[in-house]
Ligand binder design. Structure first.
Ligand code: ADP
Length: 396
């Protein structure tokens, strides 16, 4: 019985899922939130039950200790020896990591060396790693990178048309993110299509953050996020693709600083910025239904931008066999899916089965038999990708 824990450490939070890898079932999951505060919250879920505790958790080390102790206390495991591997989600692997790797001090140094490319994320992941390493020194650790799946992109796709020295000296290029999600969903889609030798798939990961990925024969050939997760489609509060001059123009017109511009583009734009209502798709949809015109145009921009990328990837893939929707909006909003399909249906010959689109079955086909492109809804599972890679690399 190989048990593996998949960890996603943020700057003040720590999410985890404990898997039984024999059948890939989740035996427990939870989160430590507000690390560093007197009123931190620890939540543990298992066997359909939920335990919540509010207590001071000064740092990640304490959070990890609490988490592991509670697994024993609630008899989720009888001893920590049952947990044979820890998989860590790492947002930015830069040019250094094209696959998951055994997590050792060298890898930690590598992740630290590119922390400037994802300052909030990579440091937090390392803090999480060191805390688990200390609590579970005898266990194998594995690093799984959001960027790794996109390491198969060609230079003409990942290079920006700026002076080449910024690539050479400063590592400025498209990296892409959500790689574990795009890998999981495209892999599942290939299975659902009967494992054809060749496949052309576009995955639409539409959550609070969102990205599209063009997947040819199981490999990422393009993705909409870039150097950072700000690029690509319109998101909850991120602007996505804009004319780069918008930034310098606003700065010179209004006197905003570079750091304020960063905040404006990351936290005050997207659905929130255009609608003025919320960054949450549901709220914007509710406002649009009540006649709020800015909310209505925000939803139209959202669909239009996703459709633009689908069109572009259709050309780069040389056709498309399947389009997959995943993540919060992609999995749950039948209207978001319908709006997007509406933008591409004439060009690509896509036809949606209304009833299947409204159903809530996971892993389902929502296109009609006449549709030239299959359309699927496939709930993502990034934690399972982390657990599977941990098992693979540790030979469990
Ligand atoms: P992330 O993982 O990037 O934080 P999620 O994948 O959880 O984000 O997606 C969050 C988004 O999904 C929010 O914009 C939320 O409004 C949207 N969402 C969740 N459920 C629904 C629903 N039933 N209908 C429409 N949108 C939904």
């Amino acid at each position: 019985m190989a048990k593996i824990i998949a960890v996603n450490a943020g700057s003040s939070s720590l999410k985890f899922q404990l898997f039984e890898m024999n059948d890939e079932s989740v035996i427990a999951s939870g989160v430590v939130e507000r690390i560093g505060f007197e009123d931190a919250i620890f939540t543990l879920k298992f066997n359909g039950e939920k335990f919540e505790q509010t207590l001071p958790i000064p740092d990640h080390k304490k959070g990890v200790e609490l988490l592991l102790e509670s697994l024993i206390e609630h008899h989720v495991v009888e001893s920590l020896n049952e947990i044979q591997g820890v998989g860590h989600r790492i947002v930015q692997g830069g040019d250094l990591f094209s696959d998951s790797v055994i997590f050792d001090q060298n890898v930690a140094n590598g992740i630290a060396s590119i922390a400037n490319l994802a300052p909030l994320h990579n440091q937090a992941h390392l803090t999480g790693y060191y805390a688990f390493k200390e609590a579970m020194p005898g266990v194998g650790h594995v690093a799984v990178f959001d960027t790794a799946f996109h390491s198969t992109m060609a230079p003409e796709t990942y290079l920006y048309a700026v002076p080449y020295e910024y690539y050479e000296k400063n590592h400025v290029r498209r990296y892409g993110f959500h790689g574990s999600s795009h890998r999981y969903v495209s892999g599942r889609c290939i299975e659902l299509m009967g494992n054809p030798e060749h496949s052309k798939i576009i995955v639409c990961h539409l959550g609070a953050g969102g990205s599209l990925c063009a997947v040819k024969d199981g490999k990422s050939i393009n993705t909409s996020m870039g150097l950072t997760p700000l690029a690509g489609i319109m998101m909850g509060s991120r602007c996505g693709e804009i004319d780069p001059s918008v930034v310098t123009f606003i700065m010179s017109e209004t006197g905003e600083t570079a750091s304020r511009m960063d905040t404006i583009m990351n936290k005050e734009s997207g659905l929130l910025g255009v609608s003025g209502v919320s960054s949450d798709y549901r709220d914007v949809e509710a406002a649009a239904n009540e006649g709020n015109e800015r909310a209505q145009i925000a939803l139209k921009i959202f669909a239009r931008r996703v459709a633009d990328f689908i069109g572009s990837y259709y050309v780069q893939l040389g056709g498309v066999d399947a389009i997959c929707f995943t993540a919060g909006i992609g999995e749950n909003s039948f209207t978001a899916r319908a709006n997007i399909i509406n933008e591409i249906k004439d060009a690509l010959g896509v036809e949606i089965d209304e009833e299947a689109n409204r159903s809530r079955e996971p892993d389902r086909l929502i296109s009609t038999p006449n549709s030239k492109v299959k359309v699927y809804v496939i709930p993502t599972n990034e934690e399972l990708v982390i657990a599977r890679d941990t098992k693979r690399l540790l030979n469990l």
